[in-house]
Design a protein around this ligand. Structure first.
Ligand code: SAH
Length: 296
């Protein structure tokens, strides 16, 4: 059973509005929290196609198959290949598509991937382990200072991006930076002590920036959105939950363009955020923003 607490559960159901025998694609199935809610509403024959890039997360969602036998299809792939996945699985009609972006609590706490600044691990940060792909270790040891500074500033919104980038370059002259704790020391050295006592850990923004860069998260989001609209059946719904202002901007601009073209109707004028009750219980909900649209 999931470690991860799915965010905005009630709101996801409200906007996806799953009904008896309808089919949904959960592009980020994770540990199956949202998929379970959908499957509960779409019996006896409605199906969920659950996608996740992290093979470990696909294993964590297998419990869905045990409960909702022929109604769950799980695929370990990137949602950037949504169109192809849907066509390979001959999955139609598509009554709704969900994207719950970013990373899950289980990935943060439990894996060997170096997502967390609480555990000393190798600087990997890939959702999948396909060799040859970019890793966080590669970025900090091989990228030029300007590029590192730029991702820290843009993807991390890190106000000490220049100092941190400079310190990374200095330190890597002494030897390769290989571990999360090694990198955290470098960030600590580059920032004032007042920053260490802030509300969020002083390494949070750097780690977020590296994760987004390693996994090309913004590009993948730009790739999936048009595929999602085109895959939806008329009246089908798209729900996207983002956790970062850059992601939210991409979603917002995309939906407004599509709405001008007349392909969709936007259901959320402003993004939906978690209510006070959820905010108190779930840290991840704090930055969550949900936008939804219906295909015309
Ligand atoms: N809604 C899920 C949690 C999703 S967390 C639940 O209720 O459990 C976000 C998930 O997106 C993670 O499991 C992560 O591995 C996955 N992910 C990140 N990038 C992806 C991509 N490009 N394609 C598919 N899945 C991706």
């Amino acid at each position: 059973m999931p470690i991860h607490t799915a965010v905005l559960k009630k709101e996801v159901l409200e906007y996806l509005n799953p009904k008896q025998n309808e089919n949904f694609v959960d592009c980020t199935v994770g540990e199956g929290g949202h998929s379970e809610d959908i499957l509960n509403k779409t019996g006896p024959d409605g199906k969920v196609l659950g996608i996740d890039l992290d093979p470990q997360q696909i294993i964590s969602s297998h419990w869905l198959e045990a409960i909702y036998k022929d109604r769950t299809i799980l695929v370990n792939d990137s949602y950037a290949n949504l169109k192809e996945i849907i066509s390979n699985k001959n999955f139609q009609p598509v009554n709704g598509i969900l994207l719950d972006l970013g990373m899950s609590s289980a990935q943060l706490e439990g894996t060997h991937k170096g997502f967390s600044f609480q555990i000393d691990q190798g600087l990997d940060m890939r959702y999948n382990d396909v060799t040859g792909y970019l890793t966080a270790e590669k970025i900090v040891n091989e990228w030029p200072e300007e590029k590192i500074e730029e991702i820290l500033r843009e993807y991390g919104e890190e106000k000490f991006s220049r100092k941190i980038a400079k310190n990374i370059i200095e330190q890597r002259k002494q030897g390769r930076i290989k571990t999360t704790f090694g990198l955290i020391e470098i960030i600590k050295d580059a920032t004032p002590s007042t920053y260490w006592r802030g509300k969020i850990h002083y390494a949070t923004r750097t780690f977020q920036a590296l994760r987004i860069a390693v996994n090309d998260e913004l590009e993948n989001l730009k790739k999936v959105l048009p595929q999602a609209i085109s895959a939806l059946s008329p009246e089908g719904r798209l729900v996207v939950i983002s956790f970062h202002s850059l992601e939210d901007r991409i979603v917002k601009n995309f939906l407004s363009e599509e709405s001008k073209k007349g392909t969709i109707k936007i259901l959320t004028k402003k993004p939906i955020t978690a209510n006070r009750d959820e905010l108190g219980k779930n840290q991840r909900a704090r930055s969550a923003k949900l936008r939804a649209a219906i295909k015309i």
